[in-house]
Write a protein that binds this ligand. Structure first.
Ligand code: PAF
Length: 294
Protein backbone atom coordinates (compact mmCIF):
# COMPACT_ATOMS: atom_id res chain seq x y z
CA UNK A 1 0.00 0.00 0.00
CA UNK A 2 1.32 3.47 -0.92
CA UNK A 3 2.19 5.61 2.11
CA UNK A 4 -0.54 8.06 3.15
CA UNK A 5 0.58 11.68 2.76
CA UNK A 6 0.35 13.72 5.96
CA UNK A 7 -2.26 16.45 6.28
CA UNK A 8 -0.67 19.86 5.81
CA UNK A 9 -1.66 22.61 8.25
CA UNK A 10 -0.40 26.10 7.57
CA UNK A 11 -2.35 28.01 10.20
CA UNK A 12 -2.82 27.71 13.94
CA UNK A 13 -6.57 27.24 13.41
CA UNK A 14 -6.07 24.34 10.98
CA UNK A 15 -3.65 22.69 13.38
CA UNK A 16 -6.00 23.10 16.34
CA UNK A 17 -8.93 21.64 14.37
CA UNK A 18 -6.89 18.61 13.28
CA UNK A 19 -5.71 17.88 16.80
CA UNK A 20 -8.79 18.60 18.91
CA UNK A 21 -10.76 15.44 18.06
CA UNK A 22 -7.79 13.16 18.53
CA UNK A 23 -6.90 14.80 21.81
CA UNK A 24 -10.52 14.53 22.97
CA UNK A 25 -10.44 10.79 22.32
CA UNK A 26 -7.49 10.52 24.72
CA UNK A 27 -4.72 9.99 22.17
CA UNK A 28 -1.20 11.04 23.06
CA UNK A 29 0.38 13.59 20.72
CA UNK A 30 4.03 13.62 19.61
CA UNK A 31 5.86 16.57 18.08
CA UNK A 32 9.04 16.54 16.01
CA UNK A 33 10.14 20.17 15.59
CA UNK A 34 12.26 20.76 12.46
CA UNK A 35 13.32 23.45 10.06
CA UNK A 36 12.69 21.18 7.08
CA UNK A 37 15.22 19.98 4.48
CA UNK A 38 14.48 16.63 6.06
CA UNK A 39 16.82 13.65 5.87
CA UNK A 40 17.21 10.19 7.38
CA UNK A 41 18.14 11.74 10.73
CA UNK A 42 14.75 13.44 10.89
CA UNK A 43 13.08 10.22 9.74
CA UNK A 44 14.53 8.46 12.78
CA UNK A 45 12.97 11.16 14.99
CA UNK A 46 9.59 10.54 13.33
CA UNK A 47 9.94 6.79 13.91
CA UNK A 48 10.84 7.41 17.54
CA UNK A 49 7.83 9.73 17.91
CA UNK A 50 5.56 7.03 16.48
CA UNK A 51 6.91 4.45 18.90
CA UNK A 52 6.15 6.84 21.79
CA UNK A 53 2.49 7.54 20.94
CA UNK A 54 1.28 4.36 19.21
CA UNK A 55 -1.86 5.25 17.27
CA UNK A 56 -1.78 8.87 18.48
CA UNK A 57 -0.94 11.66 16.05
CA UNK A 58 2.67 12.45 15.13
CA UNK A 59 3.10 16.10 14.17
CA UNK A 60 6.19 17.37 12.35
CA UNK A 61 6.64 21.13 12.36
CA UNK A 62 8.60 22.67 9.51
CA UNK A 63 9.53 26.25 10.22
CA UNK A 64 12.75 28.10 9.50
CA UNK A 65 12.78 30.27 12.60
CA UNK A 66 14.25 33.70 11.83
CA UNK A 67 14.82 34.44 15.52
CA UNK A 68 17.53 31.82 15.89
CA UNK A 69 19.68 33.08 12.99
CA UNK A 70 22.22 35.83 13.61
CA UNK A 71 23.22 38.57 11.18
CA UNK A 72 25.32 37.08 8.38
CA UNK A 73 24.07 33.53 9.03
CA UNK A 74 22.29 31.38 6.46
CA UNK A 75 18.61 32.31 7.06
CA UNK A 76 17.99 33.33 3.45
CA UNK A 77 19.73 30.40 1.86
CA UNK A 78 18.59 27.75 4.37
CA UNK A 79 17.20 24.94 2.15
CA UNK A 80 13.41 24.92 1.81
CA UNK A 81 12.19 21.63 0.32
CA UNK A 82 8.57 21.26 1.45
CA UNK A 83 7.43 18.89 -1.33
CA UNK A 84 10.23 16.41 -0.64
CA UNK A 85 9.72 16.83 3.11
CA UNK A 86 6.05 15.86 2.80
CA UNK A 87 7.00 12.69 0.93
CA UNK A 88 9.48 11.65 3.65
CA UNK A 89 6.92 12.43 6.37
CA UNK A 90 4.37 10.26 4.52
CA UNK A 91 6.85 7.39 4.29
CA UNK A 92 7.31 7.55 8.07
CA UNK A 93 3.67 7.63 9.05
CA UNK A 94 3.49 11.29 10.09
CA UNK A 95 -0.12 12.41 10.47
CA UNK A 96 0.19 16.19 10.40
CA UNK A 97 2.83 18.55 9.03
CA UNK A 98 2.56 22.03 10.50
CA UNK A 99 4.33 24.40 8.11
CA UNK A 100 3.32 27.95 9.03
CA UNK A 101 4.46 31.23 7.50
CA UNK A 102 6.57 33.55 9.64
CA UNK A 103 3.55 35.85 10.29
CA UNK A 104 1.56 32.91 11.62
CA UNK A 105 4.16 32.15 14.27
CA UNK A 106 5.12 35.77 14.90
CA UNK A 107 2.04 37.92 14.15
CA UNK A 108 3.85 40.53 16.22
CA UNK A 109 7.40 40.57 17.48
CA UNK A 110 7.22 38.91 20.91
CA UNK A 111 7.67 41.48 23.66
CA UNK A 112 8.06 38.69 26.22
CA UNK A 113 11.34 36.91 25.64
CA UNK A 114 12.98 33.87 27.24
CA UNK A 115 16.40 34.07 28.83
CA UNK A 116 17.82 30.60 28.18
CA UNK A 117 20.18 30.91 31.15
CA UNK A 118 23.88 30.08 31.48
CA UNK A 119 23.85 27.11 29.10
CA UNK A 120 23.35 29.56 26.23
CA UNK A 121 26.65 31.32 26.93
CA UNK A 122 28.73 28.23 26.18
CA UNK A 123 29.91 26.60 22.97
CA UNK A 124 27.32 27.35 20.25
CA UNK A 125 25.98 30.25 22.31
CA UNK A 126 29.41 31.87 22.52
CA UNK A 127 29.72 32.04 18.73
CA UNK A 128 26.02 32.55 18.00
CA UNK A 129 24.71 35.20 20.40
CA UNK A 130 20.90 35.18 20.60
CA UNK A 131 20.66 31.77 18.92
CA UNK A 132 19.37 29.87 21.94
CA UNK A 133 16.97 32.64 22.97
CA UNK A 134 15.48 32.27 19.47
CA UNK A 135 15.30 28.49 19.81
CA UNK A 136 13.71 28.79 23.27
CA UNK A 137 10.95 31.09 22.09
CA UNK A 138 10.01 29.10 18.98
CA UNK A 139 10.03 25.77 20.81
CA UNK A 140 7.84 27.26 23.56
CA UNK A 141 5.44 28.54 20.91
CA UNK A 142 5.38 25.16 19.15
CA UNK A 143 4.75 23.41 22.46
CA UNK A 144 1.89 25.87 23.08
CA UNK A 145 0.37 25.39 19.63
CA UNK A 146 0.69 21.60 19.42
CA UNK A 147 0.50 20.83 23.18
CA UNK A 148 2.38 17.56 22.67
CA UNK A 149 2.82 14.90 25.32
CA UNK A 150 6.28 14.12 23.94
CA UNK A 151 8.68 15.99 21.70
CA UNK A 152 11.62 14.34 19.96
CA UNK A 153 14.87 16.18 19.21
CA UNK A 154 18.17 14.92 17.80
CA UNK A 155 21.25 14.47 19.97
CA UNK A 156 23.25 15.98 17.10
CA UNK A 157 22.24 19.39 18.47
CA UNK A 158 23.28 18.30 21.94
CA UNK A 159 23.38 21.74 23.54
CA UNK A 160 19.95 22.58 22.12
CA UNK A 161 18.59 19.31 23.54
CA UNK A 162 20.07 20.11 26.97
CA UNK A 163 18.52 23.58 26.89
CA UNK A 164 15.08 22.34 25.87
CA UNK A 165 15.12 19.67 28.57
CA UNK A 166 16.07 22.29 31.15
CA UNK A 167 13.47 24.75 29.85
CA UNK A 168 10.70 22.16 29.84
CA UNK A 169 11.53 21.23 33.45
CA UNK A 170 12.13 24.76 34.75
CA UNK A 171 9.01 26.24 33.14
CA UNK A 172 6.81 23.17 33.84
CA UNK A 173 5.89 22.90 30.17
CA UNK A 174 4.54 19.39 30.69
CA UNK A 175 6.30 17.94 27.66
CA UNK A 176 8.49 14.86 27.86
CA UNK A 177 11.61 15.74 25.88
CA UNK A 178 13.30 12.80 24.15
CA UNK A 179 16.79 12.91 22.64
CA UNK A 180 17.23 10.49 19.73
CA UNK A 181 20.61 9.17 18.62
CA UNK A 182 22.50 10.88 15.83
CA UNK A 183 22.14 9.22 12.44
CA UNK A 184 25.35 9.06 10.41
CA UNK A 185 26.34 8.53 6.81
CA UNK A 186 28.24 5.29 6.12
CA UNK A 187 31.57 7.07 6.59
CA UNK A 188 30.52 8.57 9.94
CA UNK A 189 29.48 12.10 8.95
CA UNK A 190 26.55 13.18 11.13
CA UNK A 191 23.47 13.85 9.01
CA UNK A 192 22.55 17.53 8.87
CA UNK A 193 20.46 19.71 6.59
CA UNK A 194 23.55 21.92 6.24
CA UNK A 195 25.56 19.07 4.65
CA UNK A 196 23.79 20.13 1.41
CA UNK A 197 26.00 23.23 1.34
CA UNK A 198 29.20 21.15 1.05
CA UNK A 199 31.01 20.75 -2.26
CA UNK A 200 32.27 17.25 -3.14
CA UNK A 201 35.72 17.97 -1.71
CA UNK A 202 34.28 19.58 1.40
CA UNK A 203 31.96 16.62 1.92
CA UNK A 204 35.02 14.35 1.98
CA UNK A 205 36.84 16.70 4.33
CA UNK A 206 33.85 17.00 6.69
CA UNK A 207 34.17 13.39 7.81
CA UNK A 208 37.16 14.59 9.85
CA UNK A 209 34.73 15.82 12.53
CA UNK A 210 33.43 12.37 13.42
CA UNK A 211 36.91 10.85 12.94
CA UNK A 212 38.24 13.35 15.46
CA UNK A 213 35.59 12.42 18.01
CA UNK A 214 36.28 8.72 17.52
CA UNK A 215 40.01 9.29 18.00
CA UNK A 216 39.22 10.96 21.32
CA UNK A 217 37.07 8.02 22.36
CA UNK A 218 39.87 5.59 21.54
CA UNK A 219 42.10 7.49 23.97
CA UNK A 220 39.50 8.29 26.62
CA UNK A 221 40.77 5.61 29.00
CA UNK A 222 43.89 7.79 29.55
CA UNK A 223 41.77 10.79 30.62
CA UNK A 224 40.41 13.96 29.02
CA UNK A 225 43.78 15.61 28.27
CA UNK A 226 45.07 12.56 26.36
CA UNK A 227 41.78 12.17 24.53
CA UNK A 228 41.86 15.81 23.44
CA UNK A 229 45.53 15.62 22.42
CA UNK A 230 44.82 12.61 20.20
CA UNK A 231 41.78 14.34 18.73
CA UNK A 232 43.77 17.50 17.96
CA UNK A 233 46.48 15.42 16.25
CA UNK A 234 43.78 13.88 14.08
CA UNK A 235 42.50 17.34 13.18
CA UNK A 236 45.97 18.63 12.31
CA UNK A 237 46.19 15.81 9.77
CA UNK A 238 42.79 16.75 8.30
CA UNK A 239 42.90 19.46 5.64
CA UNK A 240 40.07 21.93 5.10
CA UNK A 241 38.69 21.88 8.64
CA UNK A 242 38.78 25.17 10.53
CA UNK A 243 38.15 24.36 14.20
CA UNK A 244 35.88 26.52 16.32
CA UNK A 245 35.84 24.38 19.49
CA UNK A 246 36.67 20.87 20.64
CA UNK A 247 35.78 20.20 24.26
CA UNK A 248 35.04 17.41 26.70
CA UNK A 249 32.33 18.15 29.23
CA UNK A 250 30.12 16.31 31.68
CA UNK A 251 26.96 14.89 30.06
CA UNK A 252 25.08 17.99 31.33
CA UNK A 253 27.73 20.25 29.71
CA UNK A 254 29.30 21.10 33.09
CA UNK A 255 33.04 20.54 33.72
CA UNK A 256 34.33 17.12 32.62
CA UNK A 257 34.78 14.58 35.42
CA UNK A 258 38.23 13.05 35.99
CA UNK A 259 36.65 9.66 35.34
CA UNK A 260 33.24 8.49 34.19
CA UNK A 261 30.63 9.44 31.59
CA UNK A 262 31.34 12.56 29.55
CA UNK A 263 30.58 14.16 26.21
CA UNK A 264 32.93 15.40 23.50
CA UNK A 265 31.66 18.19 21.26
CA UNK A 266 33.13 19.77 18.16
CA UNK A 267 32.26 22.70 15.90
CA UNK A 268 34.23 23.53 12.78
CA UNK A 269 33.92 25.28 9.48
CA UNK A 270 34.42 23.28 6.30
CA UNK A 271 34.56 25.81 3.48
CA UNK A 272 31.89 28.31 4.48
CA UNK A 273 29.71 25.72 6.25
CA UNK A 274 29.70 25.49 10.03
CA UNK A 275 29.16 21.92 11.23
CA UNK A 276 28.73 20.47 14.71
CA UNK A 277 28.95 16.95 16.10
CA UNK A 278 29.28 15.21 19.47
CA UNK A 279 29.58 11.77 21.02
CA UNK A 280 29.43 10.22 24.47
CA UNK A 281 32.67 8.93 25.91
CA UNK A 282 33.81 7.30 29.11
CA UNK A 283 36.88 8.83 30.75
CA UNK A 284 39.09 6.44 32.67
CA UNK A 285 39.95 2.77 32.60
CA UNK A 286 36.65 1.20 31.56
CA UNK A 287 35.00 2.39 28.33
CA UNK A 288 31.55 0.85 27.74
CA UNK A 289 30.54 3.84 25.58
CA UNK A 290 32.64 2.72 22.60
CA UNK A 291 30.12 -0.08 22.06
CA UNK A 292 27.40 2.36 20.95
CA UNK A 293 27.41 5.63 19.10
CA UNK A 294 25.78 8.87 20.06
O1 PAF B 1 16.89 21.81 15.51
C1 PAF B 1 16.16 22.50 14.78
O2 PAF B 1 15.86 22.13 13.65
C2 PAF B 1 15.65 23.83 15.30
O3 PAF B 1 16.58 24.47 16.10
C3 PAF B 1 14.30 23.73 16.01
C4 PAF B 1 14.40 22.88 17.27
C5 PAF B 1 13.27 23.14 15.08
C6 PAF B 1 13.82 25.12 16.44
O4 PAF B 1 13.67 25.96 15.35
Amino acid sequence: MAPQPPVLASTRAELAALLSERRASGQRVALVPTMGALHAGHASLMDRARSEVGAGPVVVSIFVNPLQFGAGEDLDRYPRTLDDDLVLCGEHGVDIVFAPAVEEVYPTEPSVTIDPGPIADLLEGATRPGHFAGVAIVVTKLFGLVRPDVAVFGQKDYQQLALIRQMSADLCLGVEVIGAETVREDDGLAMSSRNRYLSGTERDQAVALSRTLLRARENASYGADSALAAARAELRASPGVDLDYLVITAPDLGPAPAEGEARILIAARVGTTRLIDNMPLHLGPHDPSTKGDS
